[in-house]
Design a protein around this ligand. Sequence first.
Ligand code: SF4
Length: 707
Amino acid sequence: MNQHAPVAKADVRVGYSACPHDCPSTCALDVEILAPDRIGRIYGARDNSYTAGVVCAKVARYADRVHHPDRLLKPLVRAGGKGEGVWKEASWEAALDLVAEKFDAAEAKYGSETVWPYFYAGTMGLVQRDGIERLRHAKKYSGFFGSICTNLAWTGYVMGTGSLRGSDPREMAKSDCVVIWGTNAVVTQVNVMTHAIRARRERGAKIVAIDIYENATVKQADMGLVLKPGTDGALACAVMHVLFRDGLADWPYLEKYTDDPKGLEAHLSDKTPEWASAITGLSVGEIEAFANLVGTTKRTFFRLGYGFSRQRNGPVNMHAALSIAAVTGCWQYEGGGAFNSNSGILNLDTATLEGKRLRDPSIRYLDHSRIGPVLMNHEDALFGGPPVTAMLIQNTNPANVAPEQRLVKRGFLRDDLFTCVHEQFMTDTAKLADVVLPATMFLEHDDIYKGGGNQHVTLGPKVIEPPPGPRTNHFVIEELGRRLGVAHMPGFGLTEREHIDIMLAGRGLSFDTLKAQRWMDLQPPFEEAHFLNGFGHPDGKYRFKPEWVGGFAPNRPPKIMGKAFGPYDRLPQFPDHVDLIEMADAEHPFRLATSPARNFLNSSFTETPVSKEKEVRPSLLIHPDDAARLGIAEDARVEVGNMRGEVVLHAKLFDGLKRGVVIAEGVWPNSAHERGEGINVLIGADAPAPYSGAAVHDSKVWVRAAV
Ligand code: SF4
């Protein structure tokens, strides 16, 4: 982490912005501006009550990224075979004309749904990320169901609370016990640690970290619980069993605020610590100690992370972990309760930006996580519609990060698919494109950002000039709109600032007024955030008995094409452990997780020299006893594989995980791997129950010494 230090030099101007990366913290930033087109160091804003002067080290050294010599500067048009790397430079006019011509030709042949605009979280700025929706609605192109990062976790959370919000995350500093469950906060959102450590320093609070390996957060915790992947539900059930058994359940709270506490108690009667120990790999003593701690500490704050989104049974596990807070009644206390995301409170009027009034509800959505099956024309992925034959991809890198990479790559190599990628670097996806357009970075354009992990909406005005060449996402959408004949439609023809003015008008603000105050704090009152006025379901009760299919209303399109997926009939009536995961078997005796690396953020920062140097090379954490059994030594080349493919990594012997579990940290570029294929070759692209997602920590694999 990088603590704020005063900007020392009197001649260095400071610009204000927000971190645009795919991280719940959305830090408010102080940016040293050394010249009209040059930045120095970046610091966390000290007067933002969530950022509190701290940002991660990779963003502190952002100058390495924004001034990187390998940035894309010119539009490129493919001049050889797909993926061969032969390009010719083009003018912006010519490149955009070509894209529009190809989109029109594809539409003429197959209808409008053959074009699939694809985007996600490469920038979290609303204008630059979501303006692509305006083009897609205006043209009736296929919809994008963004499912990779959040869907499995949000589904489980909303099943319990009925609403995507929770206790103010700044209250962690007022807690007596902070449970950091399913997120390596030291690596992926440093601000959680800022507030948790403050509670420990000032109040003697205990920090508990629950994860699948002894990562940097577990190492900093007072109590670290390392369990087998996909078994969080069993731990949660045993904890609640102990709470009922030992008289630590808050019955007055349960009777007032929950749907069926007696049914839950009866259901948990055989979910003993011994039962959970056999499933999780934790000792009975660890489970009892954790249950006793949260049962006797009223101000316990459950910070539930996106690790729950990485397993096929993630919704069940998230709901089970969340249910502990309802049994202890810790929601009633400042510094208590639970939190995953505040996305349900950060509402701005994005109808104009996204062209929502142009939306045709009959147009299909395609699943972001299933791009491999979509591009390979799997019928179930296309929902009976035409093949995808044209794509515009902005700031995301599916040829590196999406599941089942071999399908994805084969799909992009199809001769009948035209792909335009608008990006900052020559990513693995850009390499497979027909047209590559250079994109600006966040400091080079105007935007506005919502902090899902906190409660702020922060302005990110342009603070430096881009190098000659790159253009904003907004520019590309507007120019394609003009060429494709929809520029007269509502929402087109406005500047970034005008869009931000419209989004803020309902809150009595504008671009200029928000610029003066930098951010707005949308934290709801205590009673609302802690659900003391009732939970989000119609009866106001927390649901121990979720309605997994039907009646589900989260803050996003709830279902793709109105359907539930996967074996949703196996989702349990009450919190439980369900083995809806890719279980190890004789042929695949290991379970693989692809956890985040400290110096990368998904596939971003893999291009910066310091990040690369610190991460060294693609590696596999393996227990020393497993390694010894397989004859694998430290640093040895190992092959990891399953029915989807195989990749070569280097072994790192590590006893901070369970036997039978292996972990590959970070998404390295495909070219960093021996055979040019990255770790996501091994990940499944099936749609987990009930509403899809990407189970990137949920693969069975074999491991052997590479020959
Ligand atoms: S990546 Fe996360 S922790 Fe780092 S600066 Fe951005 S929002 Fe903050």
